[in-house]
Design a protein around this ligand. Structure first.
Ligand SMILES: [Cu+2]
Length: 241
């Protein structure tokens, strides 16, 4: 059983132990934290189950044992009790410490992001405003909006809502943040690879909550600049977007 658990553990080390493949620097921080927690838990779990099984088999009642006889009984093994109190406290303290460090890195916002996108959730779609560039991409009841983003730049999302609570969630970012009327939530991400992913509203926000899907398309910086110029030209020509 231990061999099977060990093999599963090793197989898991090469993957993300159940988490999606992170596509942002912040998501990779989270993946590292997640792996550290899970591996710590697995090692402790194997140790505990191992000791339980060892004690159960080693001290089981054997044929011919006197049923009235019990193993030697003792109390107050102080060094042992101190050990099994101090060690878990230390483990929790270390896990707490690495969590604080990871959370600080993941939620850190740049004083001067390369790109700011105002993400507005509404019943029931999304609107993405590229603040400094004046480009607006909005979804509707019939259309799913596409959030185009550059790889390798610091991107700020200002998360706002005018109606009810929504939640901005792209599983591959490994971050999810609520949009709450009257609250200025923001997250920064830096994409590490190009690709296309589906984002969703992760806060039940009414009848058509399920329609609040959007697409994220991450492209190299020059391709992004070209896309942006196209959007701006389209607007200037009255095409709109
Ligand atoms: Cu919503």
């Amino acid at each position: 059983m231990l061999a099977v658990a060990g093999a599963a553990l090793l197989a898991g080390c090469s993957g993300n132990l159940g988490a999606p493949e992170a596509v942002t620097e912040q998501g990779q921080e989270f993946t590292a934290l997640w792996k550290g927690f899970l591996l710590t838990a697995a090692v402790i779990g194997l140790l505990v189950y191992g000791l339980i099984l060892y004690a159960a088999f080693r001290y089981r009642r054997r044929k011919g044992d006197d049923p009235a006889k019990v193993p030697s009984q003792f109390q107050y093994q102080v060094p042992l009790e101190v050990l099994y109190t101090v060690v878990p406290v230390l483990i929790v303290a270390v896990l707490f410490g690495v969590t604080v460090v990871a959370q600080d890195r993941i939620t850190r916002t740049s004083p001067d992001p390369d790109l700011t996108v105002r993400v507005e959730g509404f019943q029931w779609q999304w609107q993405f405003l590229y603040v400094d560039e004046g480009v607006n991409v909005a979804g509707s009841a019939e259309t799913t909006p596409e959030l185009v983003l550059p790889v390798g730049r610091d991107i700020r999302f200002d998360l706002v809502s005018d109606d009810v609570n929504h939640s901005f969630w792209v599983p591959e970012f490994l971050e999810k943040r609520d949009l709450i009327p009257g609250v200025d939530n923001e997250i920064d991400i830096t994409l590490t690879e190009a690709g296309e992913w589906v984002g969703r509203c992760a806060e039940y926000c009414g009848l058509d909550h399920w329609k609040m899907d959007f697409t994220v398309r991450a492209v190299p910086g020059d391709e992004f600049d070209a896309w942006l110029a196209d959007q701006q030209a389209g607007r200037a020509a009255g095409g709109g977007s």
